[in-house]
Structure formats: structure tokens, C-alpha cells
Write a protein that binds this ligand. Structure first.
Ligand code: DSN
Length: 420
């Protein structure tokens, strides 16, 4: 931090404050993680200085001798890890990646079918405030009101009646596994493309802790910074015959120069994800989520779908008599970071919904196991019993700090001394 300290002390102070916050809290936001020091080194490298519009071997700038090699290496790693024929590693993030797929495969006004946002889907899967419902005709499937599981019979009926051109599987708040084979079969039956947006579960797929969409999907999109534990970015993987259309949609249709520093950092994360240690990590993420869910159930919490078989737990707080937004804020003061979230068929509004969403990717990256999850469940529950009691919340925060100190966060303690 020497140069930064000299140039911009104000920024140093804020970064260090955030660093301390990430170290001293239990981060349960299921879409966040701790990336490694190696990933951050690549991200903070001279590659940020380059413009490289185009693709390896076909650029609009000279000086690409190393960048071409680098991007090719990352493409190859992505293809091998996700078992797909083609990889585009340039999308800036998940929403632009999904936009590029629609741009490549659909015409404006064509029908997209995705999971409704309040049922666990993503904005870009056709939710009404997103471009995906403005430029395309969006049809939304939902989960069963009792089981909270995707009803594949309803999905098939909807696909038969609406004839979408693309069917999207993927979610931000669905705690159960996707039946990618069922999605693929339904898509083929109605002549639709099948896109699996595995942003949340990419690391689990790589680790064999979630079924692989590759045998069934035409296209896979994923962000790289969630369970995959890379830098913030995204990738599109597809069958070879769609490669040209996907590539032309990313560049030149929607993006300019790729962020080469991010591409390199994605490459590092992919190399890390190909190791046996990462396989153990992904499996442990799920074991931890199950242990945390079991503890919460014992403590009287209502879990959407009754539990989890992924990294994520969605809690309906209605029976606890606490407003989820207020609960999330109290938990933050107690050092437990999570987010309030809509639940399926939520009677409340999205800005103050009934649910809390938590997950285990970050705490598992710190090396915590099932025993620690049970302790976190107890702390979580005590905090929610004391949302108005600032002293109780501070006592929990102190216990959380002590617990966090025993489990160093990857990428932080390795790389920068905590100052402030
Ligand atoms: N915003 C992400 C999440 O938190 O799930 C999805 O893009």
C-alpha cells in the first residue's frame, strides 16, 4: 500500500476500514466470497493498462502478443472446467453476459422464459424492471406455493403454451438443486435454447457438489466472483455452433475492450478451482449450509423449501415477529452480514420483504466447518431475539470478532497488513 498511501490517504483509510470489516465479521451473503491473494495480484497488475478490442488473433490494436496468449489460456481453462466447447471470458459481469446471450440468440420481442425474481430468479431472467422484459417478451415461472420447489410439470405446460425462444435456469435465492436435464428436455421439446445461469452455484458445479448443466445446456453463463471465488467478472460458455454469435454479441455489439486484468484474474481463479482443494471447498460449502439450516430449524426458524442442498438458505421471518429489514440491520450491528430478501408469494414489498438470505461460501473459505455453523446459527438466533437491545448486539459482535480472528480470511491477511 506504499504508493497508494502516499497518493491517496483518504482511499487507503476507506479500504482499510472495509478490510477490517471483512475480517471481523461473519459474511453470510451467499453471492460474496473471499478471493485469493493470487487472484488479487493478477487483478491489480499492469494488464489494466491495455486495450485489446477483439479476440485472440483478431484484434483492432497492435501489441497483443502476450494478451492473445493470456486470453487463450483462460478460454481453455474455462472450457475444460465447465465441459463446454467454447468460452467467452470477456463479459464485464453477469447482467452483461446474460444480455449478450439474448442479443446473440433472440430478436427483439422474442419470448424469454425465466424464474420470477420473487421466487428466486434474477432481474435479467425477464423481471419487469429489467431490460430483459422491455426488449423481449418475458414469461415467468414460479415455485410451488407449498414445497417452494420448481414445479417441472408447470414449467413444461408453460413452455408448451408460450413457446419461448429461450428457457433460463438459474437463481439468486433458490436453495435447492436445479434439474438441468428436465430443463434441457423441455427446451428441446418446444424448440427453445436452454441457458443455465449458474452464477451462484458455479463453484459447486466445478466441485461436483451440484449437477453439471453442460450435457443439457446450449449456453451457460456465470459470474466469476461468487462460489467460484474469482474476481468480479463473468463468462459465457456455449456449444461450438453458437460461438460466433456469442462472440459478436459481446464484442462489438455490447462491449468495447475486454478488462485484461480481470481476464487474467479469472484465469488464476479457474486454475485454483481445478485443484482437489477446491473440490473439498465446494463440498464443504454445502455441508456447512446443511448444518446451519439444521441449527436454524431447531431454533424455530422457517426455511423456504424446508432447508437447502446448495450454499444458500432463505429464511421466512414471519413467525419470528421481526421485520426482515430491521433484522438484517441488527444482524449487521452484531457482526453477521446478510441481506433481506423477498420470499416466494411474499405478502410484503420488495424493499421491506419477509425474508433473510444467507449462505456459506465466505465462512467456508475461512476454513469453518459444521461445528462453527452451529455456533453461527446460535449467534444469529440470539441476535434476532435482541434486535432492539444494542448491548446484546455488541456482545454478539465481540463473540463474532473472536470467532473471525481464529479463521483468517484468504487474500486479506496474506496480502495487506491491517492498519487504520
Ligand atoms: N446480486 C447478486 C446476488 O446477490 O445474488 C445476483 O446478481
Amino acid at each position: 500500500m506504499g504508493a497508494l498511501e502516499q497518493t491517496d490517504p483518504e482511499m487507503v483509510k476507506l479500504i482499510r476500514q472495509e478490510q477490517r470489516y471483512q475480517l471481523e465479521t461473519l459474511r453470510l451473503i451467499p453471492s460474496e466470497n473471499y478471493t485469493s491473494a493470487a487472484v488479487m495480484e493478477a487483478q491489480g497488475s499492469v494488464l489494466t493498462n491495455k486495450y485489446s478490442e477483439g479476440y485472440p488473433g483478431k484484434r483492432y490494436y497492435e501489441g497483443q502478443r502476450y494478451i492473445d496468449k493470456l486470453e487463450t489460456v483462460v478460454q481453455e481453462r474455462a472450457k475444460a472446467l465447465f465441459h463446454m466447447e467454447h468460452a467467452n471470458v470477456q463479459p464485464y459481469s453477469g447482467s452483461p453476459a446474460n444480455m449478450a446471450v439474448y442479443y446473440a440468440l433472440l430478436e427483439p420481442g422474442d419470448t424469454i422464459m425465466g424464474m420470477a425474481l420473487p421466487h428466486g430468479g434474477h432481474l435479467t431472467h425477464g423481471w419487469n424492471v429489467s431490460f430483459s422484459a422491455r426488449f423481449y417478451r418475458a414469461v415467468q415461472y414460479s415455485v410451488d406455493p407449498k414445497t417452494h420447489l420448481i414445479d417441472y410439470d408447470q414449467l413444461r405446460d408453460l413452455a408448451r403454451s408460450e413457446r419461448p425462444k429461450i428457457i433460463v435456469a438459474g437463481a439468486t435465492a433458490y436453495p435447492r438443486q436445479f434439474d438441468f436435464q428436465a430443463f434441457g428436455d423441455i427446451a428441446r421439446e418446444v424448440g427453445a435454447y436452454f441457458m443455465a445461469d449458474i452464477s451462484h452455484i458455479a463453484g459447486l458445479v466445478v466441485a461436483g457438489a451440484h449437477p453439471d448443466p453442460a450435457p443439457h445446456a446450449d449456453v451457460i453463463t456465470t459470474t466469476t466472483h461468487k462460489t467460484l471465488r474469482g474476481p468480479r467478472g463473468a463468462m459465457i460458455l456455449c456449444r461450438a455452433e453458437l460461438a460466433d454469435r456469442i462472440d459478436r454479441a459481446v464484442f462489438p455489439a455490447l462491449q468495447g475492450g475486454p478488462h485484461n486484468h480481470t481476464t487474467a484474474a479469472i484465469g488464476v481463479a479457474l486454475a485454483e478451482a481445478a485443484t482437489p482443494a477446491f473440490r473439498d471447498y465446494g463440498q464443504q460449502v454445502v455441508r456447512n449450509a446443511k448444518a446451519l439450516a439444521a441449527e436454524l430449524l431447531e431454533r424455530g426458524f422457517t426455511l423456504i423449501s424446508g432447508g437447502t442442498d446448495t450454499h444458500l438458505i432463505l429464511i421466512d421471518l414471519t413467525n419470528k415477529g421481526v421485520i426482515a429489514k430491521k433484522a438484517a440491520r441488527a444482524l449487521d450491528r452484531a457482526g453477521i452480514v446478510c441481506n433481506y430478501n423477498t420470499i416466494p408469494y411474499d405478502p410484503r414489498k420488495p424493499f421491506s420483504p419477509s425474508g433473510i438470505r444467507i449462505g456459506t461460501p465466505s465462512v467456508t473459505s475461512r476454513g469453518m466447518g459444521e461445528e462453527e455453523m452451529r455456533r453461527i446459527g446460535a449467534l444469529f438466533s440470539t441476535a434476532l431475539d435482541n434486535v432492539e437491545d444494542e448491548e446484546a448486539l455488541q456482545r454478539i459482535a465481540a463473540e463474532v470478532r473472536e470467532m473471525a480472528e481464529a479463521y483468517p480470511a484468504p487474500g486479506i491477511t496474506d496480502r495487506m497488513a491491517v492498519g487504520a
